[in-house]
Design a protein. Structure first.
Ligand code: ATP
Ligand code: MG
Length: 398
């Protein structure tokens, strides 16, 4: 029944010249999202509105699901369009539309007509009144309320006539690509994919880096991170995932430094390496899934120690979230199921029984000097053996 979608987007902050950039980026992201979708679509901008028009058969559920993942969309309105065959015919069409879309409905409504084509023989007010009456006659349980109606039946008179009354919420945010690019430190856990999602929602393109430690971490753990990146890519488009072999650095720290500081020292080297890749690839910030107090390496003092080694801003969108709130978000965005699969984390293998929770920066710096002999070379090798995987989105279902 539906042939098209009207796409609504929030207009705050997209006035003037930026508006076109915003709209063009949004259309680009929508095209990418629908690229592998069943059916062909024409996406166009007319009079300050964006329409997605199906060219023939298409899968309604899939199309809606995919559009629900395009940041910048505030809502998706499925549209029926009909030829202009006179007002009588329009009345019967709207009545049958209403019966199908809102069956057994006993709510308040109003008709909201818009003449985009001024040669239509009736004024908007007349159209509203005529169509309203037709609906009331056909569905006596309905009532008109022009102030706060539950249902608004929109009728737009163009070359064809567009009818819509449903509004499916979109994800909000800004189209990916309007806000630059950042490097996500992506581990196999629950938090980091959610952190990437949140920053991408503000229009930021996401690259990612994963540190693995073979043979202490398996191919399977790496595959899990790739799978998570696929889920993130549903929202962001293809993710450039850098896989860095961290084993030798980790073993060297283990050999040279106190074990209760191992995690903090490892985190400092992860940040340094991530920043180097970020700078080389044009990223303007780092993103982590850290949240204050979640684990020993995320106390305020520990964050001072990890933050110190970075010059780029480090975005930590989950910083004030409880674990339960993060879990709920990860369920909502579809990463949770993958995140909870069992895996070995390169941090947990070497983890000390009693890691420091209040690392002293001077002590950390001093112990880091134990690494002076070989660390530069190890970091260089890790960067040189960077394995780049371009991760495309997986399907649209669970
Ligand atoms: P997550 O659920 O994201 O794995 P976590 O609770 O396990 O987080 P930590 O292990 O302390 O927390 O890691 C904090 C952050 O550091 C992660 O959210 C992630 O951004 C980054 N990080 C940790 N381990 C890795 C790794 N092996 N590769 C890339 N980034 C990592
Ligand atoms: Mg982790």
């Amino acid at each position: 029944m539906f042939k098209a979608f009207l796409i609504k987007y929030a207009e705050i902050g997209v006035k003037g010249k930026n508006r076109y950039l915003f709209e063009d980026a949004l259309i680009h992201q929508m095209k990418m999202a629908l690229k592998n979708c069943e059916g062909a679509f024409l996406i166009h901008k007319t009079q300050g509105r964006i329409y997605v028009e199906a060219q023939g058969e298409f899968d309604y559920e899939e199309t809606v699901e995919r559009l629900k993942r395009v940041f910048g969309i505030s809502s998706i309105c499925p549209v029926v369009y009909v030829e202009d065959e006179g007002f009588e015919k329009l009345c019967s069409t709207v009545v049958s539309y209403f019966g199908q879309v809102h069956p057994d409905c006993a709510e308040t409504f109003k008709v909201n007509a818009r003449r985009a084509r001024k040669d239509y023989p009736k004024e908007s007010m007349e159209i509203n009144a005529g169509l309203g009456e037709a609906i009331l006659n056909a569905y006596p349980k309905m009532r008109v309320d022009v102030r706060e109606p539950k249902i608004v039946v929109n009728v737009e008179i163009r070359e064809k006539i567009y009818i819509y009354s449903l509004e499916i919420p979109g994800p909000g945010g800004m189209p990916v690509g309007t806000g630059g690019k950042a490097m996500l430190l992506l581990s196999g856990g629950i938090d980091s994919p959610v952190a990437g999602y949140m920053i991408a929602k503000r229009g930021v393109k996401i690259d990612a880096v994963y540190f693995h430690a073979p043979p202490y971490t398996s191919e399977w753990a790496k595959q899990k991170v790739v799978d998570l990146a696929r889920k993130v890519a549903r929202y962001t488009g293809p993710v450039y995932l850098h896989v860095i072999n961290f084993t030798d650095i980790q073993l060297y720290i283990y050999e040279k430094c106190p074990h209760e500081e191992l995690t903090i020292l490892m985190r400092r080297y992860m940040m340094r390496i991530a920043e180097q890749i970020a700078v080389q690839t044009g990223c303007l910030g780092l993103i982590t899934g850290e949240s204050i107090g979640q684990v020993a390496s995320q106390t305020m003092s520990s964050l001072v120690a990890t933050n110190e080694v970075c010059n780029l801003p480090v975005y930590r969108p989950l910083i004030g979230f409880d674990k339960q709130e993060i879990v709920e978000l990860s369920q909502k965005i579809g990463t949770f199921e993958t995140s909870i699969l069992p895996y070995e984390d390169c941090c947990t293998i070497f983890v000390a029984k009693h890691p420091v929770t209040k690392p002293n920066l001077n002590v950390i710096r001093r112990h880091e000097h134990n690494l002076d002999e070989k660390i530069e070379e190890l970091v260089r090798t890790a960067l040189e053996t960077d394995e780049l995987i371009i991760v495309e989105a997986d399907g649209y279902g669970k």
